[in-house]
Design a protein around this ligand. Structure first.
Ligand code: CP
Length: 316
């Protein structure tokens, strides 16, 4: 990692707030943690003595487990709080919940919340570090970072790559974090989906819009698929799932139009048979499980940087 660069941020709230150098520093730091999980003893003492609380007010498999494992591999003490088993169900506010947790001398709060901006509001009230693990339709910064890390690992660069996002862009915090990050690192980003699922004026973020799947796939170095977020939809954005799949599904027929070395990515959870077919999920172009693997290294890097501690010398 760059010795000259000094990390100064206490919180990771989004990639919108970070500059290119900060993003590159996180990606570079992630490389140092990538191989920890391959050692016989999968642990480093970087966060020994620190405590991290994971507060998940929405369901999660990958992000929650990945953060908890990252904390444990960094030797932190961890606590997990789910909204259903907390006093939130008795009416306690998020602010009161977080301040009570902070009173227990917790150093970092990892927060997933259905309300856009919730982690940002908590960061204003807390001395502890706050990491956004996904806030409403706004951002999912560690997903954006792990997607970029995966591209770097597989392609060796991000600058000038063509990256297409296909699916429910409107409701996708993953798309938003990726757009902020990838455009800062020099990628050419395209978004594709039904008109009703493309946010108005998204071109102002420096992306190209197409409603045609073939246009999004041909010439793309990376195609990142987004699932239809039925849980965030209170109106009909397209006639039926079947019609959506007919127009926007990535399957072996569509892949014939793609570059021979295209990467197929998906943040998960995958809805097989809707945005992507099973044979593509299991096929040679998909790096979906690599994304999950690299997510651990990225979250270790983020926790390490925010905690402001230095790891001990690595063993040979
Ligand atoms: N990618 C992602 O955020 O997955 P989870 O919802 O399972 O955490």
């Amino acid at each position: 990692m760059s010795a000259a660069f000094k990390w100064t941020r206490k919180n990771l709230l989004g990639l919108r707030q970070l500059d290119r150098q900060e993003i590159e520093h996180i990606l570079e730091t992630s490389k140092s943690f990538r191989d920890v999980s391959l050692r016989p003893v999968k642990k480093v003492p970087a966060l020994r003595g620190k405590t991290v609380a994971n507060l998940f007010f929405e369901p999660s498999t990958r992000t929650r487990i990945s953060f908890e494992l990252a904390e444990k591999r960094l030797s932190a003490d961890t606590i997990n709080i789910a909204s259903s088993s907390s006093s939130v169900v008795k009416g306690e506010t998020l602010k009161d919940t977080c301040r009570n947790i902070e009173s227990l001398k917790v150093d970092v709060l990892v927060i997933r919340h259905p309300s856009s901006g919730a982690p940002h509001r908590m960061a204003r009230h807390l001395n502890a570090s706050v990491i956004n693990a996904g806030d409403g339709m706004n951002e999912h910064p560690t997903q954006g970072l792990l997607d970029m890390f995966t591209i770097m690992e597989k392609k060796g660069r991000i600058q000038d790559l063509q990256v297409s996002f296909v699916g429910d862009i409107l409701h996708s915090r993953v798309a938003r974090s990726n757009i902020w990050g990838l455009t800062k690192l020099g990628a050419k980003v395209t978004v594709c989906g039904p008109k009703t699922l493309i946010p108005a004026r998204i071109e102002e973020l420096g992306v190209r819009v197409t409603y045609n799947l073939e246009e999004a796939v041909e010439n793309a170095d990376v195609v990142n698929l987004l699932r239809i977020q039925l849980e965030r939809q209170n109106q009909a954005f397209f006639p039926s799932i079947r019609e959506y799949a007919t127009a926007y599904q990535i399957n072996s027929r569509v892949l014939k139009k793609a570059k021979p070395d295209v990467l197929i990515m998906h943040p998960g959870p995958v809805n097989r048979g809707i945005e992507i077919t099973s044979d593509v999920v299991e096929g040679p172009f998909a790096v979906i499980l690599d994304q999950v693997t690299y997510g651990l290294a990225v979250r270790m890097a983020v926790l390490y940087l925010l905690s402001g501690t230095l790891p001990e010398e690595k063993e040979e």
